[in-house]
Design a protein around this ligand. Structure first.
Ligand SMILES: [Zn+2]
Ligand SMILES: [Zn+2]
Length: 315
């Protein structure tokens, strides 16, 4: 197979379009999509200096994002900071090796690396909260809620204009379909662009990878020499997301455009939800959903602290 653009030997074939590409043109294609996504957010339109904090977990997508943003941002007056939030999961070397990799990759690119933790932010680790809420909350759900808030608040502290999240096209399509399956149109309409009075709480999020498929990200990671096997989180188990993923994988074999269609569907609903006003948490003041008195972060926080105090009194 030859590269469609230059005729040199191809290294990658896009299943959706059947296009074969050499290494240079494969890379160029990904950079172009990142550039497009960033431009659509208005970055690079004016001459002002912009600081982007990247949420870097150490997973392959986050490291690919770091590299792609670093290549693309050189065209603009953009400062990149890598932010890692350690959830506090013991055992299984789960995060330690990845932290070394993040440090090295950030160093090589002259990017500052900031390491924070759940412990610092909430006073307890993910492990503590899983034990405290055993049987009441799924670990992945606790982790997702707490990590999202921690990334946002630390990005704000670091003076970020934007928080970059490494969700790829597959992730985005899965999220749309999951909300359909759960019958949660509110979640689909919930735009990341809140009404003005709530904008003060959130750093605007960008997703530079949202036009890049899982398979493309994996191949880019391979070209970068990022170790392929990611150690699995010890709390991972078969989730709705896993089932949706394998369903979409098999569907995409016969209908390659299905991921793009789902993302476009979600985007159109979101557009309608722009500027949506929401109720506020009685404790921290952050936006809440579904008429809750307290936000999910505060609910988890109270429940864990109550359980921990209970355990201390018994012991
Ligand atoms: Zn080529
Ligand atoms: Zn709250």
């Amino acid at each position: 197979m030859e590269c469609k653009k230059c005729g040199r030997p191809a290294v990658y074939v896009d299943k959706r379009s059947g296009t074969a590409l050499c290494e240079d043109h494969f890379r160029e294609g990904l950079e172009e999509r990142v550039r497009k996504e960033i431009r659509s957010e208005g970055i690079g339109k004016d001459r002002r200096h912009i600081r982007i904090v990247m949420g870097i977990s150490g997973g392959k997508d986050s490291l690919v994002m770091m590299d792609l943003l670093w290549r693309v941002e050189r065209e603009y007056d953009v400062e990149l900071i890598a932010l890692t939030v350690d959830e506090g999961i013991e055992g299984g070397e789960y995060r330690g090796k990845r932290f070394d990799l993040i440090r090295r990759m950030a160093n090589e690119r002259g990017i500052k690396w900031e390491l924070r933790s759940f412990k610092q932010k909430y006073g307890f680790t993910l492990d503590d909260s899983v034990v405290a809420l055993k049987g009441r909350e799924e670990p992945c759900s606790i982790c997702g809620v707490l990590r999202r808030r921690a990334l946002n608040d630390y990005a704000k502290e670091l003076g970020a204009d934007y928080l970059a999240i490494a969700h790829n096209l597959d992730d985005e399509a899965e999220t749309v379909l999951m909300n359909v399956i759960r019958g949660d149109p509110q979640a689909l309409r919930r735009s990341e662009n809140y009404a003005d009075e709530l904008a003060a709480f959130y750093v605007p999020r960008i997703k530079p990878m949202r036009r890049i498929t899982e398979r493309e990200a994996a191949f880019y990671a391979y070209l970068m020499g990022i170790p392929a096997e990611e150690e699995e989180c010890p709390y991972a188990r078969l989730s709705l997301r896993d089932q949706v993923r394998s369903f979409l994988d098999s569907l995409a074999r016969d209908h390659p455009a299905v991921l793009d269609s789902l993302v476009r569907f979600g985007d159109e609903l979101k557009e309608k939800g722009k500027g949506f006003s929401r109720s506020r948490c009685a404790s921290c003041g952050y936006p809440t959903s579904g008429g809750r008195e307290y936000c999910r972060v505060c609910e988890i926080n109270f429940a864990v602290k109550k359980a921990l105090i209970g355990a201390n009194q018994e012991g």
